[in-house]
Design a protein around this ligand. Structure first.
Ligand code: BGC
Length: 755
């Protein structure tokens, strides 16, 4: 299908009322169409890790009534894969299923930063770090859109909690927004060109995201050149006129004509220009055109192939947190007995609750997958150990303990019960249910060879119980094929290669947002600023449960011979680095190489180190490969609110490569040249800032040297005292002995000077 739409012709033909009608939904998931002009309604539906297409035959709305679709691993899992190619493939599969269902826009990916481990939707988000969220989010967008379906990157922006999500104001300073909460969105917009973005429910610094002109126009369109459509989160708009004025293009879902009427009235009353509506309608027509053009014929979905991809993705995402005595992998051909314990082995929990909930085509469980893969000498037993309902079932514990006692190895499946992680509410703690921890402790008393397999979306606290297990495999909420993936990993058919995209703190109280989450009285202060996740733990040098980036493998890797070279300076600076990676262990495996940058000295506070690049490398045992990467000026810069732009300050930067934020294997220091950042000077600028300015400095010195009877300019002690004064204050104090003529003329000439 290839349809050209005559957008100027349609714009000329549409009445004001029709334009207003187009700017909010027809119903829950469809846009309004205009029949007389042949403008079709298109469908937008969830969600990030699988298509949730409401069953048109269902009598009423429910998250459980949707057409069968592949449930891929949730974003918490996919984020832990650190695998750009894999996510592109998952995105393409999501797109194919959407296209086959005639869905124009898939509502995902969700890339909000995991500010607090308590956020109830962390399972839908990729990472605590914007570089991971940006790179992997861009991969998903590219994949989805390669099929002719639009992606909707959500939730823009600073939607980092569920508590009071439709009203709360995230109070965040501009630097933190730019460096942490917006950077991932920026990367996706500028590199993957999503066709839509979803404006979040919450307010950002007092203004609803869906009505926030700074976010939707100044940042998104003026700074990042976004050329797609902004859709509201479902029900996010409180004032449709303010929304369109701010740059929102489509309000969802339907408001039963209410918003259209308000827009028409506002145009007639002169409170909004019809041109503002035209702009939004044009973007909607552009989206219709983009999605109608598609990419090739609609193909029947190959669910079996998607299931295989979901299994691979789940295997790539699991993180081996510990593996003492190399207890894993288990040999499926060994003569041994394995007690599989925990209801999750038989009845997996593999996705969270809310709008992302998928009606999975099929669901594998680990128990069946283990049984299918076990050799003839391996005996498996199963005991549920606990009930999913959370009710105490006293017989289950002793039964599981006897099974563990009789077995060579106990594999215990633990996790967060369904309902604990969902859209609409945050978690209250990071602990596994008591009944599960008591089970683990009892099993560990009778068997020293215990392996724990975890199923959860947001991180759980592991430190208090980890000693009971020799190995812990974090499987996440890993989608419909997760059971098979876990069996592959336990039996060594797949080698763990996931890495934590979120720090596991020692204790919830250590989390930097702890005293400011989820806020009070309708506001939440992002008081930790840029120190989110590992940026905080590393700055405070706090012990953590498991660091950001951590994850073991059944093999080992050595890093050697890091070399760097710097080309160019300032905005043009490029740091090229290269080192050798060697698989020094017994089997093939994948290493996630992480590149961290630390600014050695800077005029503003900066994190000790920040992830700036990563790559996943597969190596056969004994093999080596060169790994190269390139850092650009932006990777070395911070966002300066004073300059209202990214600033690269000249100086030394530590470049480290390693296997986690706390396992840096090689570090070198590079020196990068850059012109001094020039601040626009005013009378309120400090004397120090004047003196540092290449033009203002000499001018001020000369002016001061002319002050009668004063050693101001010549005496360094006096000068250092007044350096921290705003110039206006110095002028007042010196009085008419100071001739300000040159300074006034300079300020008049330079008001237009670019910062
Ligand atoms: C969620 C979005 C979702 C939308 C449509 C909202 O409640 O926040 O993520 O896409 O509903 O289901």
């Amino acid at each position: 299908m290839h349809e050209e739409i005559d957008i100027p012709g349609l714009m000329a033909a549409l009445t004001l009322e029709e334009k207003a009608t187009l700017l909010s939904g027809r119903d829950g998931w469809g846009t309004a169409g205009i029949e007389r002009l042949g403008i079709p309604s298109i469908t937008l539906t969830d969600g990030p890790h699988g298509l949730r297409m409401q069953d048109p035959r269902a009598a009423s709305f429910s998250f459980d009534v949707s057409l069968p679709a592949t449930c891929f691993p949730t974003a918490a899992a996919l984020g832990s894969s650190w695998d750009v190619d894999l996510l592109t493939r998952v995105g393409a599969a999501l797109g194919a299923e959407s296209r086959a269902a005639d869905v124009a826009v898939l509502l995902g990916p969700g890339i909000n930063i995991k500010r607090s481990p308590l956020c109830g939707r962390n399972f839908e988000y990729l990472s605590e770090d914007p570089v991971i969220s940006g790179r992997l989010g861009a991969a998903l967008v590219r994949g989805v859109q390669s099929t002719g379906v639009g992606a909707s990157v959500k939730h823009f922006a600073a939607n980092n909690q569920e508590t009071d999500r439709m009203r709360v104001s995230a109070e965040v300073d501009v630097r933190t927004l730019r460096e942490i909460y917006l950077a991932g969105f920026e990367h996706i917009v500028t590199t993957a060109k999503p066709w839509t973005m979803m404006a979040a429910y919450n307010r950002v610094n007092g203004v609803y995201a869906a009505q926030n002109g700074w976010l939707l126009t100044e940042v998104l369109r003026d700074d990042w050149a976004f050329d797609g459509l902004v859709v509201s989160d479902w029900g996010a708009v409180t004032d449709p006129v303010a929304a369109v004025t701010a740059g929102l293009d489509l309000e969802m879902p339907s408001t039963n004509g209410g918003s259209a009427a308000q827009l028409v009235d506002a145009v007639k009353a002169g409170r909004i220009e019809e041109a503002d509506l035209d702009r939004a309608v044009t973007r909607l027509l552009t989206l219709i055109e983009r999605t109608a053009q598609g990419s090739g014929p609609v193909e029947k979905v190959d669910f079996a192939q998607h299931h295989t991809l979901a299994r691979r993705a789940a295997a790539e995402s699991a993180v081996l947190l510990k593996n003492d005595d190399a207890i894993l992998p288990l040999d499926p051909d060994a003569r041994m007995s394995v007690a599989v314990i925990g209801e999750f082995a038989r009845t997996p929990t593999f996705q969270g609750g809310g709008s992302s909930r998928v009606n999975a085509v099929q669901v594998d469980n680990a128990l069946d997958a283990l049984a299918a893969a076990a050799g003839e000498h391996l005996r498996l037993s199963f005991s549920p150990g606990f009930a999913l309902s959370g009710e105490e079932e006293p017989a289950l514990l002793p039964e599981a303990v006897s099974a563990a006692e009789a077995a060579d190895v106990a594999v215990v499946f633990l996790g967060l019960p369904e309902g604990m992680e969902s859209e609409g509410h945050d978690r209250e703690h990071l602990d596994l249910p008591d009944v599960q921890l008591r089970l683990l402790e009892a099993v560990a008393r009778v068997n020293r060879d215990v392996v724990v397999v975890l199923a959860n979306g947001g991180v759980v606290q592991v430190t208090s119980w980890e000693r009971h297990a020799k190995a812990v495999l974090e499987g996440w909420l890993n989608g419909q094929a997760g059971g098979g993936a876990i069996a592959d990993l336990l039996f060594g058919r797949a080698n763990p290669c996931g890495r934590l995209a979120e720090t596991i703190p020692l204790r919830l109280q250590d989390n930097p947002s702890h005293l400011n989450f989820p806020g009070t009285d309708g506001t939440v202060l992002y008081g930790e600023r840029i120190y989110v996740g590992y940026r905080y733990y590393d700055a405070k040098d706090l012990p953590v449960g498991h660091p950001f980036g951590h994850g073991l493998s059944y093999t080992t890797f050595a890093y050697s011979d890091l070399r760097t070279e710097v080309d160019g300076e300032g905005e043009e600076a490029v740091v090229r680095a290269r080192f050798t990676l060697t698989n020094t262990g017994p089997v093939a495996g994948k290493e996630v190489v992480q590149v961290y940058v630390g600014d050695v000295a800077c005029s503003v506070d900066r994190p000790v180190r920040e992830l700036k690049a990563f790559t996943k490398v597969e190596l056969a045992p004994g093999r080596s490969t060169p790994v190269e990467f390139e850092l650009r000026a932006r990777d070395l810069s911070f966002f300066s609110p004073a300059h209202d732009r990214w600033v690269l300050e000249a100086g030394d930067f530590d470049i480290s490569v390693g296997a986690s934020s706390r396992d840096l294997r090689l570090t070198t220091t590079v020196t990068v040249a850059a012109p001094p950042p020039v601040l626009p000077l005013t009378l309120e600028s400090l004397v120090r800032e004047w003196l540092a300015d290449p033009i203002g400095g000499p001018l001020l010195r000369q002016t001061l040297s002319r002050v009668r009877g004063s050693a101001l300019a010549a005496d360094p002690t006096i000068l250092s005292m007044v350096e921290s004064m705003p110039l206006s204050r110095l002028i007042t104090m010196v009085g008419d002995r100071l001739d300000t003529g040159d300074i006034t003329r300079f300020l008049e000439q330079t008001t237009a000077r670019e910062p």
